[in-house]
Each structure stands twice: as C-alpha cells, then as structure tokens.
Design a protein around this ligand. Structure first.
Ligand SMILES: Nc1nc2c(ncn2[C@@H]2O[C@H](COP(=O)(O)OP(=O)(O)O)[C@@H](O)[C@H]2O)c(=O)[nH]1
Ligand SMILES: Nc1ncnc2c1ncn2[C@@H]1O[C@H](COP(=O)(O)OP(=O)(O)O)[C@@H](O)[C@H]1O
Length: 215
C-alpha cells in the first residue's frame, strides 16, 4: 500500500470550558468526554477546599493550603483563579501551556469568573459551554445524591446557583443536562466542530493554494 502524505494542515489547540451551578453535572460530562476523546487533556485545578471522600489528589484537584495558593497566585503560576463557595480555586499555568504547545486541547471545569479571565487572555482559543440542570428539584436531588457534602454545604451551593446561572449568556453554547449520554455527545459534537474552525487550521491557506496551483 502506498504511504499517504502527512497532512500539511496542523491544528491550533483550543481550551474547552464547562461551567454550571454546582451539581448540574459538569464533572460527569468532563469525565465522559475524556474517555471518548484521546485528543483532550483535563486541566487539574488547585484548591484550598477540603478533599471529599473518594476524591484523588492530582486527579480531581491538587489540594493545597492557603499560603501555597497565595504564592502561586502572586508569582503568576495560575492562568486564572477565583474564590468560590468560600474556597480558592485556580488553574496551574504550566500544564495548560505544555498541553496546548503539544497540540492537544485542554478541558476545564471552572466557574464563570475563571471563564471570564481565560476569555480576557485568549478569547480566540476559548470555547465555552454552560451546563444547565433540567430543573431546580433535580439540581438539589443531584447535589444530595452525590452524598459527599453536608446539608450546610448543599444549602450554600443551592443559594449560589442562581448567581452562577445568571452568567449563561456569556457562553458560546448552552446545554440542558437531562440525559448524561446525550450531554456528553453534545459536548463531543461541539468539540469536533470547533476543531474545524478555519482559524484553528494552521497551514490551510498554503494547502488550498497548492491545490489551486495544480488545478
Ligand atoms: N475559577 C475557577 N473555578 C474553579 C476551578 N476549579 C473548580 N472551580 C469551580 O469551583 C466550584 C466548586 O467546585 P467543587 O468544589 O469541585 O464543587 P462541585 O462543582 O460541586 O463539584 C465549581 O463551580 C467549579 O467549577 C478553577 O480552577 N478555577
Ligand atoms: N444527566 C444526569 N442525570 C442524572 N444524574 C446526573 C446527571 N449528570 C450528573 N449526574 C449526577 O449528579 C451528581 C452531580 O454531578 P457532578 O458531575 O459532580 O456535578 P458538578 O461537577 O457540576 O458539580 C453526581 O452524582 C452525578 O453522578
């Protein structure tokens, strides 16, 4: 069989952000997408919040103390950071830059403040998806069903849901997470389409010219 030429078109990596009120399902959708798509890497955030039962250091978060967090923020080691539900969260810069530099896409499950900061610095590389719950009662059921937070924590998250949801118009895409498989498929479709954006295809003008030159 004849060897095929390597594609002359390369792709610029993109940053795919998922935001939602707590419990709507962004972590579940992110995990599903990571299983199905080998080209995307999860950005693992640092946080000062306590580890939940079942969470894994370095997989769900890097759990760090306030002093270390403040130092990372001061020295520019965080691409964005914010205070959410009384704790600090941030995106380590190096891991994201390394992944993008290696031609990979990066997935973020962060809040609206983080999405705004990424948009300020790299709007062209950002694709943002807001995940809504199908109803308020289902949101509460999911928060409770996760079985990892106290009543006080759940009440606090429900109280903050309205504020998080108010940012939905700032996002490129909005999905209602009713059926989890459908939601994962929807985000997968967004990712596939966004990869084909003209500006992300490096070498496209040269490729088209080479075709035109031989016509
Ligand atoms: N800005 C920002 N928000 C984050 C980051 N990591 C997590 N968050 C947000 O912090 C909030 C609380 O996250 P978490 O404590 O894991 O609770 P969960 O969303 O209910 O699973 C969620 O809205 C996350 O999207 C981050 O690195 N930066
Ligand atoms: N479409 C869905 N239908 C039913 N349960 C869901 C769905 N999506 C997520 N869940 C469940 O809801 C809970 C909260 O989901 P999670 O992904 O942790 O939310 P978030 O990361 O937005 O806080 C988890 O127990 C998860 O299994």
């Amino acid at each position: 069989m004849a060897a095929t030429n390597p594609s002359p078109i390369h792709r610029r990596g993109l940053m795919l952000v998922l935001s939602s009120p707590s419990g709507a399902g962004k972590t579940t959708i992110a995990r599903g997408l990571l299983e199905r798509d080998a080209g995307i890497t999860m950005s693992v955030s640092v946080t000062t919040r306590q580890m939940r039962p079942g969470e894994v250091e370095g997989l769900d978060y890097y759990f760090i103390d306030q002093q270390r967090f403040d130092r990372m923020a001061e020295t520019g080691d965080l691409l964005e950071h914010a205070r959410v539900f009384g704790n600090c969260y941030g995106t380590p810069r190096v891991a994201v830059e390394d992944a993008l530099g290696a031609g990979r896409d990066v997935l973020f499950a962060i809040d609206w403040q983080g999405a705004q900061q990424l948009a300020q610095n790299a709007r062209d590389d950002l694709v943002s998806v807001f995940v809504l719950p199908p109803s308020v009662s289902e949101l509460e059921r999911r928060l409770r069903g996760r079985g990892q937070d106290s009543e006080e924590v759940i009440a606090n998250r429900m109280a903050k849901a309205s504020n998080e949801i108010s940012h939905w118009p700032e996002y490129d895409y909005v999905i209602v997470n009713s059926d989890v498989d459908e939601s994962i498929a929807a985000v997968e479709a967004i990712l596939h389409a966004e990869r084909l954006r003209r500006r992300r295809q490096i070498g496209l003008p040269e490729f088209v010219r080479s075709i035109q030159d031989t016509l």
